[in-house]
Ligand binder design. Sequence first.
Ligand code: GTB
Length: 223
Amino acid sequence: MPITITAFAQSPDRGRGLARDMRVRWALEEVGQPYAVRLLSFAEMKQPEHRALHPFGQIPTFEERGLALFESGAIILHIAESHAGLMPANGPARARAISWMFAALNTMEPPIVERSLSWLVERDKPWFAERQAMLDERVRVRLGELAGHMGEASWLDDGFSAGDLLMVTVLRRLDGSGLLDAFPTLTAYVARAEARPAYQRAFADQLAVFARAQAGNPFTPPN
Ligand code: GTB
């Protein structure tokens, strides 16, 4: 049985590759593993059948020969440990790559996601502008620290790794916010990662899902 992952049947990101299946698709492309995608509606994600794979009723999940995983970070770690291409062989470099995976998910992603969620659910509140300025500043501080670490380097450590893959998918959540623009090191970093053939294939595949959904459903959700 091929690897099977789950993704949104109709992603609210409108094909921008911002949902977390994108990082799993990209990782599988980087290591050259074919995979199938099971597309789920929001209602299907909450059914017992899917909750048996994902206790929180979300995407992505990963299934391979009787192993079922949820949590994108755990899935990427599993892929990186099972195949060459995303994890340095050298012990200390491997440990540092894993540190960067955690940094992406535990240090960078929370303020970035909190900012996006605030825009989604709080933008009609009278205090929104004040709160958004505070959330923007929190994100800016982290971006500055990350840019400071990177300097002129191409990748976070010695060569592209699962740490970069996760970090770039997290930074891409800032798409449209303008916040990355103040950090040319980071915009170049994201562009460098997006130019990778594996990223391009993964992006094209998730975009094709959106395009097919649109063809069957002329309604275009608001941006
Ligand atoms: N910690 C989990 C992981 O890393 O796997 C989080 C998984 C998660 O948040 N999944 C989301 C989900 O299933 C999709 S990716 N949501 C449905 C639900 O909870 O009912 C999050 C996401 C959604 C939409 C956009 N977007 O439109 O830009 C971006 C990211």
